[in-house]
Design a protein around this ligand. Structure first.
Ligand code: 5GP
Length: 189
């Protein structure tokens, strides 16, 4: 997606060879116009897969998943990272290493929000090693729902996450594919 690549070049901050900061558009401040365009693109890519729901994990996946769900006319569910007093006791929970926080966290979804046989489209902002996506996929499996595909805004091709999912015959679509962040430069594939 050319618009996203352009914006990444404009505002992306290279934190290290492994990490790109997109706080100006995705991860802290949100650019609504760009996010809506991303939602349209994911909807175009996955409409034929007929998702019943879009699933993401808080927090940065939420705007993109919301924009996608709006375009598809389906609900969006986000996995929580913290249990709240209002949350149901009956949850699907998975332990997931957090790439940016360097810790392990539990992600959880109330059981009644994911139903057996529902077609689920997974959306997230970045994929690095694929732990967040795999955790969400395990939750989908526990619910006996069906994963129809994974949409990722920014895929870092030099990390194994996307590849590991494709090797399992999971459809992964990414809007910007970064080949390298080495030498202080963002290189797209
Ligand atoms: P994974 O679980 O695939 O290793 O990492 C994915 C999660 O870590 C994403 O949900 C995203 O929030 C965060 N993440 C991974 N790489 C980056 C990065 O380069 N920049 C930012 N801002 N977040 C990242």
């Amino acid at each position: 997606m050319e618009l996203l690549k352009q914006r990444i070049l404009e505002v992306g901050v290279i934190v290290s060879d492994q990490v790109l900061k997109l706080d100006a558009i995705l991860n802290h401040q949100v650019d609504p116009t760009l996010i809506v365009e991303m939602g349209k693109e994911f909807a175009r890519l996955f409409r034929e897969a007929k998702p019943d729901k879009v699933l993401t994990v808080e927090s940065s996946g939420i705007p993109i998943a919301f924009a996608t769900a709006l375009q598809l006319g389906v609900p969006m569910v986000f996995a929580r990272r913290k249990k709240t007093v209002t949350m149901d006791q009956d949850t699907y929970s998975e332990r997931v290493p957090s790439f940016t926080k360097g810790i392990v966290t539990d992600i959880m979804v109330s059981a009644h929000l994911l139903n057996k046989g529902e077609r689920i489209l997974l959306i997230d902002d970045f994929i690095a090693n694929g732990d967040a996506a795999r955790g969400l996929i395990r939750i989908i499996e526990k619910a006996e729902a069906e994963l129809v595909g994974v949409g990722i805004a920014v895929e870092k091709m030099f990390q194994a996450g996307g590849r590991s999912l494709r090797e399992r015959d999971i459809r992964v679509e990414s809007l910007a594919r970064i080949a390298s962040l080495a030498d202080g430069q963002i290189r797209f594939e």
